[in-house]
Design a protein around this ligand. Structure first.
Ligand code: PMP
Ligand code: GLN
Length: 407
């Protein structure tokens, strides 16, 4: 994968005392994550950071207070139980039931993780043998490639292609990508960075394929509450034959705007949960003690919270989307997530890397070159991602600055 390497400081790939590279071969290709790289660029240049996807305001005050209460009451300050505190596991199970009519036993079918990131890593480390193939939709979130590599798997990207204003999965291409070595599909919907939300028809076909070829599926659903217009988030686990072969991943970071708390989870069959727990217990064992109690309360917030959150992000999507269009970008209006992917070709270049490197100086804004999320670099070259999970005034200022690109 085309990770950007930090321009200052060691990469970890330098030779050690024996002359052998310090960083192992599995990770050698990855360099510094683009998010750290571009956030550092924003800090260095004072540019508005629409790169890394984190909100610039915290989530609900009641949830923050719940964390303070848990801390003060001494709940979660020592190692919480390995699978997560019962209150949170119960709240996760209730959320899946209320939202999607998916019934999970909080004791055997829910596992709390250190964010979705650990859920992804632990799932792959647990379920993939060296040499197994893992199919991921390209462009893919950057930790996927690294986690597949750590597990010794081989990643097989299936490229989402722009068509009629949306990045579309070619189901024939997906079908053709499955071989006798395919172990699992790592799916992400709503999809970062393209904003695509897979449709019922697409998910039906994916489910059919998984059953037919006896594949496991890990579905990253961290943006489940951020779907717009007439798009609908449908968990793959609700499709025929999928509950027993799907690991569904959620995260409080996105839904409640507390990305620093790193509370994530999986829901799956008891057997899958046990397998993933085997890996997870040796990664972090446990994490986020008091925050787990707070997120249990967050998941029980009235539906108005989730509706307001979505409405707020929708307004921001439109504000930034219109601004980017006015600035000369081709905008792919996202059906989900808090990211907008644009094509910079109308601005006279197709080199997203160079464009993003120069954008702070040219316009005082930081964005992410989507090419880092591709194995097929050329397919991703002209695309650039902007995050809109920022205060309205910040987005307005960013839009004003970006308009200078239009000349
Ligand atoms: N998956 C996707 C698609 C993401 O965009 C992110 C980024 N937050 C993650 C997983 C990681 O989530 P967390 O912060 O809960 O580890
Ligand atoms: N998920 C966030 C994004 O896509 C970043 C998370 C991270 O920095 N690891 O921008």
């Amino acid at each position: 994968m085309a990770a950007m390497t930090s321009s200052s400081g060691p990469s970890g790939r330098e030779p050690g005392p024996s002359g052998r590279p310090l960083l192992n071969r599995r990770l050698a290709e990855f360099g510094t994550t683009i998010f750290a790289e571009m956030s550092a660029l924003a800090v260095r240049t004072g540019a508005i950071n629409l790169g890394q996807g984190f909100p610039d305001t915290d989530g609900p005050e009641a949830v923050r207070e719940a964390a303070v209460r848990a801390l003060r009451d001494g709940r979660g300050n020592q190692y919480p139980p390995g699978p997560g505190v019962p209150e949170l596991r119960t709240a996760i199970a209730e959320h899946q039931l209320a939202r999607y009519a998916l019934s999970y036993d909080p004791d055997r079918e829910v596992l709390v993780t250190a964010g979705a990131t650990e859920a992804i890593a632990a799932s792959l480390l647990a379920l993939v043998e060296p040499g197994d193939e893992v199919i991921a939709l390209e462009p893919y979130y950057d930790s996927y490639a690294a986690s597949i590599a750590l597990a010794g798997g081989t990643r097989v990207p299936v490229t989402l292609r722009p068509r009629d204003g949306r990045f579309v999965l070619d189901l024939d291409e997906l079908r053709d990508a499955v071989t006798d070595r395919t172990r699992l599909i790592l799916l992400n919907t709503p999809h970062n960075p393209t904003g695509t939300v897979l449709t019922r028809a697409e998910l039906t076909e994916i489910a059919r394929l998984a059953v037919e070829r006896d594949l496991l599926v890990v579905t990253d659903e961290v943006y489940e509450h951020l779907v717009f217009d007439d798009a609908e988030h449908l968990p793959l686990a609700t499709f025929p034959g999928m509950r027993e072969r799907t690991v569904s991943i959620g995260s409080a970071g996105k839904t409640f705007s507390f990305t620093g708390w790193k509370v994530g989870w999986i829901t799956a069959s008891p057997e899958l949960v046990a397998a993933v727990r085997s890996a997870k217990q040796f990664l972090t064992y446990v994490s986020s003690g008091p925050f787990q109690y707070a997120i249990a309360e967050a998941l029980a917030l009235p539906s108005s919270y989730f509706d307001d959150f979505r409405a707020d992000m929708l307004a921001k999507r439109d504000l930034l989307g219109e601004g980017l269009t006015a600035a000369g970008f081709d905008v792919y209006r996202p059906a989900g997530t808090y990211f907008i992917t644009t094509d910079i070709t109308p601005l006279g270049t197709t080199d997203g890397f160079a464009f993003c490197r120069s954008l702070p100086e040219r316009a005082g804004v930081v964005a992410i070159p989507n090419a880092v999320f591709y194995d097929h670099r050329d397919a991703g070259a002209p695309f650039v991602r902007f995050a809109f999970c920022k205060r309205t005034a910040v987005l307005e200022e960013a839009v004003t600055r970006l308009k200078s690109l239009a000349g």
